[in-house]
Ligand binder design. Structure first.
Ligand code: IPM
Ligand code: MG
Length: 356
């Protein structure tokens, strides 16, 4: 099994080092090869997604990705910014289905900013469409405004669009995921205002006819944002477009109080995937050895389960993570009085020990 290891920027290399140690500790002959991506790709090869990195990702059975983003590169032209690496990988590898679980570990209930009774036992799965919508729609750019009161001035514009097949395939992913969980799907849209999302609603409703065992509810995105903080446990699976999913998944992650704990998977039609922590590159704490490696370690577990066909190993890693939390070990982001503060490396050590 070949795994592409793409640590990226900021805290990426530190957290990735711990995930690689955990994979090594499984005793399988994984062929892990790393490459630069994001700002690191730009620094080494002049592009955030260097051709060799893309080739490695295409040829591997799965990709384990750290994080990209670094203020040093924020002033580059858009095509050279670190974020283009992850957008390019999603598009080039056809990773249209983004699975972002938001699970509250009982040991961490106090870390949430919401009252424990609102979030305890939270277990929701956000399924975000990842290769369409206003993120990739063309045309886009800055042009001369063609009409209206600002005619003749410069204007920025993007294009929101979804093809029927794009909506159908993500709806199938959501209904099938719900069949393995609580059998409820909430499709989030803005059908009251946007043509694209009225069409989304119609297509999701049609696909739902193939899944009579799953309950489907439609919700406008503004209401969904409100319900997520009011009564998040009412949700099971949320399916939505690329833009709304970007925003709602950050909100959902924060409900758990520990975005440093949440993994994610981005899958293509044959379950080949890219796995990455839900958090970003946190350049402000890079190099200090305090970042939480658990989201990346749990992303490696998702990779074993979804792309490499090794659910037993996935379960072992997840159990090891639970065990270190039960031992009271915490990185700075989830530290509370009465627990023991550990470094990135010490957290990796503990997971490796718990695996053995
Ligand atoms: C995410 C990130 C990316 C996105 C950025 C880094 C391009 O916010 O994975 O949610 O907007 O999709
Ligand atoms: Mg985001």
């Amino acid at each position: 099994m070949k795994i592409a290891i793409l640590p990226g920027d900021g805290i990426g290399p530190e957290i990735m080092a711990q995930a690689v140690r955990v994979l090594d500790a499984l005793g399988e002959p994984f062929d892990m090869e790393s490459a630069e991506v994001g700002g690191a790709g730009y620094a080494a090869h002049g592009h955030p997604l260097p051709p060799a990195t893309l080739a490695l990702a295409k040829q591997a059975d799965a990709v384990l990705f750290g994080a990209v983003g670094d203020y040093r590169y924020d002033t580059l032209e858009r095509a050279l910014r670190p974020e283009q690496a992850i957008l390019g990988l999603r598009k080039e590898l056809g990773l249209f289905a983004n699975l972002r679980p938001a699970i509250l570990y009982p040991e961490l209930a106090g870390a949430s900013t919401l009252k424990p009774e609102v979030v305890s036992g939270l277990d929701i799965l956000i399924i975000r469409e990842l290769t369409g919508d206003i993120y990739f729609g063309k045309p886009r750019g800055v042009r001369e405004c063609p009409d209206g009161p600002f005619k003749g001035q410069r204007e920025g514009f993007d294009t929101m669009r979804y093809a029927e097949g794009e909506i159908r395939r993500i709806a199938h992913v959501a209904f099938q995921a719900a069949q393995k969980r609580g059998r409820r799907v909430t499709s989030v849209d803005k059908a009251n205002v946007l043509e694209t999302f009225q069409f989304w609603r119609d297509i999701v409703t049609d696909v739902h006819r193939e899944y009579p065992d799953v309950e489907l509810e439609h919700m406008y995105v503004d209401n969904a944002a409100m319900q997520l903080v009011r009564a998040p446990k009412k949700f099971d699976v949320i399916v939505t477009g690329n833009m709304f999913g970007d925003i709602l998944s950050d909100a959902a992650a924060m409900l758990t109080g520990s975005i440093g704990m949440l993994p994610s998977a981005s899958l293509d039609a044959s379950n080949k995937g890219l796995y990455e922590p839900s958090h970003g590159s946190a350049p402000d704490i890079a190099g200090q050895g305090i970042a939480n490696p658990l989201a990346t370690i749990l992303s490696a577990a998702m990779m074993l389960r979804y792309s490499l066909g090794m659910p037993g190993h996935a379960g072992r890693i997840e159990a090891a993570v639970k065990s270190v939390l039960q031992q009271g070990l915490r990185t700075a982001d989830i530290f509370e009085d009465g627990t023991q503060r550990v470094s990135t490396q010490q957290m990796g050590d503990a997971v490796v020990r718990a695996l053995a």
